[in-house]
Ligand binder design. Structure first.
Ligand SMILES: Nc1ncnc2c1ncn2[C@@H]1O[C@H](COP(=O)(O)OP(=O)(O)O)[C@@H](O)[C@H]1O
Ligand SMILES: [Mg+2]
Length: 388
């Protein structure tokens, strides 16, 4: 009756599988995913049987370049003027893998800012389908009524593969809290916590070379410390008295990352966080201790590439050569990031470093992975960064 979840991770995450199961039960009971109207592609809020939103599903074939993207006008624009809309450094129509890949990188390093995202298959009559699929579905339903023992899923529509990201509650677009923080800064220890979370966002975006990190594509949750009665016997300058103040970042919308070459111009796809005052401070000791031991270990980086390979190769359009290039860019990013952390640089200084790729050497006939050698190549065009 239900389409089971597929993909390389299906068995090892019972909690996630349970959630997808709940979505399927809800759909089967007529509680359908709802399209999110503000986005540029077909994204859906997925609900549980209690009508509560539990996830965000982005089907592959409704991505900006997918064949069933519902936003026809934007799609037409892209057809008429591809040079203005495409991102020539990205593999088209693999945004769902980029979403899941970002989550993989996040959990492998322990950043804990990307809501868990996996590739699943879902079917819902609220998704965008070709007319032929809907006609077939009607036919299947007619047959089911005649022969109830035949096992079609209730709708008879083909399931869609896409990214399924856990819905996080209580968060608002980063823009909202960034403005509020400017007018009414939270206590210093909250800002310190925020800074650490912010640095993790920088680490993630830099490694995956996110080309779409505007301040609407990350979320902040801030529970301001509870108001104390005016004469309460506490010292508000003491951070331990501000219990309950919590600030967290969620990095959502990671579908336009993992380019197979560096963008031709840095300015075309800047990391928008680079303009924030938080980006001018050098990376903290905490971030260095979390990230450096992992990223300076060649075996760790290779494992990361191997896991991404398992994830990415499930796409019909997977191309080994392009994947290798994606990993060469990512290794280059890791190299720069590691160096920046060692040199006590700030995120702003990090994004000014010349873009580099680290490729597997083509010469050398050894077949053993342990003797793989890599070579660095700097991009000729300068990724010149300026504030104005
Ligand atoms: N995991 C999530 N948890 C909570 N809200 C989310 C999540 N993902 C997306 N949203 C909300 O949905 C909106 C659109 O999602 P986004 O991933 O940016 O889609 P699009 O690719 O269409 O821009 C976001 O601005 C945010 O408000
Ligand atoms: Mg978005």
């Amino acid at each position: 009756m239900f389409e089971k979840m597929e993909g390389p991770f299906e068995c090892n995450d019972p909690q996630f599988s349970e959630l997808v199961w709940q979505a399927e039960v809800a759909i089967d009971n007529g509680i359908f995913p709802e399209r999110i109207y503000q986005g540029s592609s077909g994204s859906y809020f997925v609900k549980n049987p209690g009508n509560k939103i539990i996830g965000v599903f982005k089907p592959k074939d409704e991505e900006p370049y997918g064949r069933l993207n519902p936003k026809w006008t934007k799609w037409m624009h892209k057809l008429c003027c591809p040079c203005c809309f495409g991102r020539s450094c990205l593999i088209p129509n693999q945004g769902y893998l980029s979403e899941a890949g970002a989550s993989l990188v996040d959990s492998k390093i322990g950043l804990k800012i990307v809501p868990k995202t996996r590739v699943v298959k879902l079917v819902s009559e609220t998704f965008n389908y070709l007319r032929i699929d809907r006609e077939r579905s009607r036919l299947k339903r007619a047959i089911t009524e005649q022969f109830p023992n035949l096992r079609f899923n209730r709708m008879g529509l083909p399931p869609k593969a896409g990214s399924f990201q856990l819905f996080v509650e209580g968060y608002k677009d980063a823009d909202y809290w960034l403005r509020r923080f400017e007018q009414d800064p939270p206590p210093p220890h909250v800002m310190k916590k925020f800074q650490l979370q912010f640095e993790r966002l920088v680490v993630l975006d830099y490694i995956i070379r996110n080309t779409d990190r505007g301040n609407d594509n990350w979320l902040i949750k801030y529970d301001a410390p509870a108001q104390q009665p005016p004469h309460a016997d506490i010292d508000l300058r003491d951070p331990s008295e501000w219990r309950g103040a919590e600030v967290r970042i969620a990095a959502i919308d990671n579908g336009l990352a993992f380019p197979f070459k560096h963008p031709d111009s840095w300015r075309a796809y800047p990391y928008h966080w680079a303009w924030l005052p938080h980006a001018k401070l050098p990376f903290s000791q905490d971030t260095k201790e979390l990230v450096l031991p992992l990223l300076s270990d060649m075996n760790f980086v290779q494992e990361l590439c191997d896991e991404l390979h398992i994830l990415f190769k499930q796409d019909k359009g997977f191309d080994k050569g392009l994947f290798e290039r994606q990993m060469s860019v990512m290794r280059g990013q890791v190299l720069n990031l590691t160096q920046a952390l060692k040199d006590n640089k700030s995120p702003v200084q990090l994004v000014q470093m010349p873009a580099v790729i680290v490729e597997r050497s083509k010469s050398g006939s050894t077949s053993s992975r342990f003797f793989d050698s890599f070579q660095q190549r700097f991009q000729h065009k300068s990724p010149f960064f300026s504030w104005w």
